[in-house]
Design a protein. Structure first.
Length: 257
């Protein structure tokens, strides 16, 4: 996969094989450097063009249009970045192929129910997007597909169901580790084991400080905190703010999130 600074990154929600080449921070550094290189090139062109015009006797022009153009080349890469969604774990809120604009700076203050983009805790080379269900101090349980936060049933109109039959682990949480489905790798199982041992009290998950419990909106077809544990605050990348393009869905063009 190409990681050119003019192209959106592939947002790997639930793929078990990483689709992201290289570290996120390294890629971000490359993008800023590339944007800086464009500014240097533009600055050089404007400088010599100005000297040529001055020698020909042309009047001195205004500098602010060129400064503005230069800033427009750099600022968006500092505050926002583009990602592409390759899986359906967030349907129908986000669709496969959605091109997202994600605000990274300043780091957003998250609230329950927010969409969030983050580094996959088990493999930081992958980037996921999910919905925040629990924050520090929240008590989370799932019983027969119904999510409860601090004892209150959540109204989740965004959730869709892919399978009519109930799955014990997927639709009831937390359970004993002995009932954990052996569908993931050892690192995922270890992360879940740590969460169950440290953060479950009286049948409820107590989200610790600096952590987030996240779920996918396509609840039956999402690998999320039920399967690999909590998201650390340091792994948060940003908050999706806009679907600026969605192949085959003109009605989603420039859709605010």
């Amino acid at each position: 996969m190409e990681r050119l600074w003019l192209r959106p990154r592939l947002l790997d929600c639930d793929c078990r094989h990483t689709l992201v080449i290289g570290g996120v921070d390294k890629a971000k550094t490359f993008e800023i450097m590339a944007a800086g290189a464009v500014n240097v090139i533009l600055g050089t062109i404007f400088f010599f063009a100005g000297r040529s015009l001055a020698k020909s006797g042309a009047n001195r022009g205004l500098a602010w249009p060129w400064v503005t153009l230069s800033l427009m080349q750099t600022v968006p890469f500092v505050f926002f970045h583009a990602y592409v969604l390759p899986t359906g774990s967030m349907e129908n809120t986000l669709l496969v192929g959605d091109h997202l604009l994600v605000r990274q700076v300043p780091k957003p203050r998250l609230h329950d129910g927010d969409l969030v983009v983050f580094r996959y805790p088990v493999d930081p080379r992958q980037i996921f997007t999910k919905r925040v269900i629990g924050m520090a101090g929240d008590r989370i349980t799932i019983a027969s597909r119904v999510v409860y936060r601090n004892g209150v049933r959540l109204a989740e109109p965004y959730v869709i169901r892919s399978f009519p039959q109930e799955d014990r682990w997927r639709d009831n949480f937390p359970l004993n580790l002995a009932e954990f489905p052996h569908v993931l790798d050892e690192r995922s199982a270890a992360a879940v084991q740590s969460m169950l041992q440290k953060d479950v009290q009286q049948g409820q998950l107590i989200v610790p400080s600096g952590k987030y419990f996240v779920l996918g909106d396509n609840r039956d077809n999402s690998l999320d905190s039920r399967y690999w544990g909590l998201v650390d605050e340091s792994d948060i990348i940003g908050k999706p703010v806009l679907v600026y393009y969605s192949p085959g869905h003109l009605d989603r063009l420039m859709k605010l999130l």
